[in-house]
Design a protein around this ligand. Structure first.
Ligand code: PHE
Length: 344
C-alpha cells in the first residue's frame, strides 16, 4: 500500500513536470487531488484496512497530497507570471494610433455667434429676455405701428414684409424691434435688454441676402441715457467682438423709431477696405442700425419722454459672422453642408 502511494507521488511529479501551461496543470491537479483521485480513494478506504496500519498510511496520504499541492501551486505561480506577461504583450495598446472617427454634433455657427454677442452684452449689463416676449409671427401693430412706422412707409410694402390676414394684420416680423415694444409694455425703466431671433423679409435670395436671417435687438431706457452711452456701448461691443484691430465708422441714418439714428459699418474683411463685390465696392459693410428711441415710441407705450430716454440697436447676426470668419455667401449658413459646418 505504501509503495502504491509513493508510486502515485512519482507519477504525479512526472506529470507536473510535463505540464506546459496552467490549463494542463489544472488537469494534473484534477487527476491527483480531486475527490475522484486515487489518493482520495485511499483516504476513503482507510476504515477497511488493519487498524495498526491506519495512522501510518493515513499520514502518508496526507503528506503526499500536501506535497503535491505545494508543487502544483509553485508551478502554477510560474505559469501565471509568464502567461500574464504574454497576454499583456499581445494586448498592448498603441496610444499613438489614430482613434476611430466619432462624428460630434457641433453648435451651428449662427447659434455660436448669437451666444457670443449675448455674452458680450451681458458683460455690459444687459439681460437676455425671454423669446415669448418677441414672437416671430407678429401683429402689424408691434412690428410697425407702435414703432412709429407710418402707414405708407416703404418697409410695410408687401415686397419687404410677409403679410397674412387673420382678423388683424399679421406679419412675419421684419425685424426684432417688436421686442422693444413688448418689453417696454411689460416692464418699467430702467430697461436694459438684448433679444435675439429670426426675422423675415421678402427678398430675392443672393450671396448677400436671404429671406430669413437673424438679428440681436438691444434696448436701454433710463433717466439720462444719451447718445454718448450709445456710442460707448456699441464701440465696446465692437472692440470685444472683433478685437480692436478692425476699423469701424458711425454713419448718419434714418429709422422711424429712433432720432437721431446711426448705422455702424465695419471695414470689409475680404478686400480690407479697397472695395470688392462683397462690399459693393465701398470697402465697408453695415453691421447694425441704432439710435435714440423716438419720443413718440416712448409715449406709445406709456413712458414719459420728458423723464426717460433711451437708445436701441438691431444688429445682423449673419453679417457679423461673415465678417469675423470671412464667409462670402450668406446661403452657406442655411444649406446644412457638412463641409462648411465642420469648420467651426
Ligand atoms: N430694426 C432696424 C432694422 O432692422 C434696426 C434698428 C434697431 C435700428 C433698433 C434702430 C434701432 O433695420
Amino acid at each position: 500500500m505504501e509503495e502504491k502511494i509513493l508510486k502515485i507521488k512519482e507519477n504525479a511529479l512526472v506529470d507536473i513536470e510535463k505540464a506546459q501551461n496552467s490549463k494542463e496543470l489544472e488537469e494534473v491537479k484534477n487527476k491527483y487531488l480531486s475527490r475522484q483521485s486515487e489518493l482520495n480513494n485511499f483516504k476513503k478506504s482507510l476504515k477497511d484496512i488493519e487498524p495498526s496500519l491506519r495512522p501510518k498510511i493515513g499520514s502518508l496520504t496526507n503528506e503526499v497530497s500536501k506535497y503535491l499541492e505545494e508543487k502544483i501551486n509553485e508551478k502554477y505561480n510560474e505559469f501565471y507570471k509568464s502567461e500574464l506577461n504574454a497576454k499583456l504583450n499581445s494586448e498592448k495598446i498603441d496610444v499613438t494610433l489614430d482613434s476611430a472617427y466619432i462624428p460630434f454634433g457641433k453648435v451651428h455657427p449662427l447659434s455660436a455667434t448669437i451666444n457670443e454677442i449675448v455674452e458680450i452684452f451681458e458683460h455690459l449689463g444687459f439681460s437676455l429676455i425671454e423669446n415669448k416676449l418677441s414672437p416671430e409671427v407678429e401683429l402689424e401693430k408691434y412690428n410697425f405701428d407702435l414703432l412709429n412706422v407710418p402707414k405708407e412707409h416703404p418697409a410695410r410694402d408687401v415686397q419687404d414684409t410677409y403679410y397674412s390676414y387673420a382678423g388683424e394684420n399679421v406679419v412675419l416680423r421684419s425685424h426684432t424691434s417688436n421686442a422693444q415694444i413688448r418689453q417696454m409694455q411689460n416692464s418699467h425703466p430702467p430697461i436694459k435688454i438684448v433679444s435675439p431671433g429670426r426675422v423675415y423679409r421678402n427678398e430675392s435670395v443672393s450671396a448677400r441676402k436671404n429671406n430669413l436671417f437673424h438679428q440681436v435687438e438691444g434696448l436701454y431706457v433710463d433717466k439720462g441715457v444719451t447718445f454718448a452711452h450709445l456710442k460707448g456701448v456699441l464701440n465696446e461691443f465692437i472692440r470685444l467682438y472683433f478685437g480692436s484691430a478692425r476699423p469701424t465708422r458711425f454713419r448718419n441714418s434714418f429709422f422711424p423709431f429712433t432720432e437721431p439714428s446711426a448705422e455702424i459699418d465695419v471695414q470689409c474683411i475680404v478686400c480690407q477696405g479697397k472695395g470688392c463685390s462683397t462690399c459693393s465696392g465701398s470697402g465697408w459693410l453695415e453691421i447694425l442700425g441704432s439710435g435714440m428711441v423716438d419720443p413718440n415710441v416712448l409715449k406709445g407705450v406709456g413712458i414719459d419722454p420728458e423723464i426717460y430716454s433711451g437708445f436701441a440697436f438691431g444688429m445682423g447676426v449673419e453679417r457679423l459672422a461673415m465678417l469675423k470668419y470671412a464667409i462670402d455667401d450668406i446661403r452657406l449658413f442655411f444649406n446644412n453642408d457638412e463641409r462648411f459646418l465642420k469648420q467651426f
